[in-house]
Design a protein around this ligand. Structure first.
Ligand SMILES: Cc1cc2nc3c(=O)[nH]c(=O)nc-3n(C[C@H](O)[C@H](O)[C@H](O)COP(=O)(O)OP(=O)(O)OC[C@H]3O[C@@H](n4cnc5c(N)ncnc54)[C@H](O)[C@@H]3O)c2cc1C
Length: 415
């Protein structure tokens, strides 16, 4: 008799699992079925990498694992067994999609098209996998087999891969159903919140960001919550109509408390991260001494773009002032705005625009060598349903791929 494998959710993790099952199954007699609630699979996948799909990141896995925060140890066996090099080889040699490496070891398809990635994955599994779309799963029960109630009737499976995603970007289909099913099957769920998200500024700080909308700067951004520094990261930051975004902002967003109402939560921007406060003040004094007839905004534009210099001078109350006559107090105010520019946050991370979900099924309930549930034998949980959120740069798709490999391998090896 053939083994019936059900994949709940045809997103990145589900499509990768179907690929891995197809390539690893050899002569095994298995029936692979994806149940997907949307009319087409991979709705989130086609948005990845700004429509280009950052498939993976070609860092050495010892370095790569650091991008998964507390999940580093858990993911190590999966990354070791099927790492970024394996992902690149799979896409190039089996799925038939050439890849290229960009800055920070990020891997993209040469065609720069996430839609093509999705379409190639779908054609690769066609023939080996039955994909049932418009098929929202409503309930899952474990008896001697897995019984799955759906919008298109009841399905039964011997093994189940649960990968309905997280709660972020719910318009793509991942609306938290993984957690409901996991709970119903006896798993715990760590409360979820958004990660890898832009941050919305409050009040006057929002106006400040809006006035610089679209301007990139290199800055160190630090998150403070109730007087304590919660996270800090240097990199490109982009001002936006609503606040700030960019890789460094997105990365620290996972540390913003779930509820910030009534709390003192803000970010601080260091617009000259290469210098200490003292070095910057000294450099400013030198410039002021050497360029008496120059406007302070012009001097500041040696460190930041002209528009940022102008808005920062305005915040420091030194707009229009010349170096000549610049007081110690003026200098102190400029140093504060250039090195400790405070932006209050309007709200906690908005899960609707967060790229990934923090929280989910606790890793201690999953066998890290197989991705099998320790609560329900035969159940495998992979992808964003798990309490894993990687940094940006191809980390999250690689995690899905590595987990999909382990789950598939173990399903094929088990009786
Ligand atoms: C805008 C954006 C850009 C991103 N860019 C990148 C990138 O370039 N590189 C990277 O590594 N990561 C990126 N990510 C993160 C990455 O897309 C996710 O980590 C990944 O898609 C998670 O895969 P998943 O299969 O677990 O969940 P999803 O891809 O969300 O898939 C879950 C699937 O389950 C289906 N589903 C949900 N409930 C049910 C149900 N009840 N019944 C049946 N089906 C159901 C959903 O419709 C969906 O198709 C990005 C995310 C976003 C939002």
């Amino acid at each position: 008799m053939s083994k019936r494998v059900g994949i709940i959710g045809g997103g990145a993790a589900g499509l990768f699992a179907a690929c891995q099952l197809k390539r690893l199954k050899g002569s095994s007699n298995i029936e692979i079925t994806i149940l997907e609630k949307n009319p087409v699979p991979g709705k989130k996948l086609i948005l990845t990498g700004h429509g280009r799909c950052n498939i993976t990141n070609r860092k050495d896995i010892n370095k790569l694992k650091e991008g998964y925060h507390d999940a580093d140890k858990f993911l190590y066996p999966a990354l070791k067994e099927f790492g970024p090099e394996d992902t690149v080889r799979l896409f190039e040699n089996e799925i038939g999609l050439k890849t290229k490496e960009e800055d920070n070891n990020r891997i993209f398809p040469v065609c720069d098209s996430a839609v093509t990635v999705r379409d190639r994955l779908v054609s690769y599994i066609t023939g080996s996998t039955k994909t049932v779309c418009d098929c929202a799963v409503k309930a899952i029960r474990k008896t001697t087999e897995f019984e799955v109630d759906t919008a298109k009737g009841k399905f039964t499976f011997d093994n189940l891969i649960l990968c309905c995603g997280g709660s972020s970007f719910p318009k793509t289909g991942s609306a938290g159903d993984s957690y409901r099913f996991a709970k119903e099957l006896g798993h715990d769920v760590i409360p979820v919140r958004g990660a890898l998200a832009p941050l919305k500024a409050a009040g006057n700080d929002r106006d400040f960001c809006k006035s610089l909308s679209g301007v990139p700067v290199n800055a160190r951004v630090s998150l403070y919550s109730e007087g304590k520094k919660a996270a800090s990261k240097e990199g490109e930051l982009l001002f936006a109509e609503f606040g700030v975004t960019g890789p460094s902002v997105m990365e620290i967003s996972r540390e913003v408390p779930k509820d910030i109402s009534g709390k003192d939560v803000y970010i601080e921007l260091d617009l000259v991260p290469s210098m200490s406060d003292e070095e910057f003040d000294k450099e400013l004094q030198n410039l002021i001494g050497q360029h008496a007839d120059t406007k302070i905004t012009t001097l500041l534009s040696r460190f930041v773009p002209q528009s940022v210099a102008a808005e920062t001078a305005k915040r420091a109350g030194t707009e229009g002032l010349y170096a000549q006559g610049f007081t110690k107090e003026n200098r102190k105010n400029v140093c504060r705005e250039m090195k400790h520019l405070k932006i209050s946050l309007a709200e906690a991370v908005d899960i609707n625009i967060a790229y990934v979900t923090r929280g989910g099924v606790p890793l201690k309930e999953i066998d890290r060598k197989t991705m099998e549930s320790k609560v329900i034998p035969g159940l495998y949980i992979i992808g964003e349903a798990l309490d894993i959120d990687g940094i940006s740069g191809g980390y999250n798709l690689q995690a899905c791929m590595s987990e999909a490999y382990l789950a598939s391998k173990n399903i094929l090896n088990s009786n």
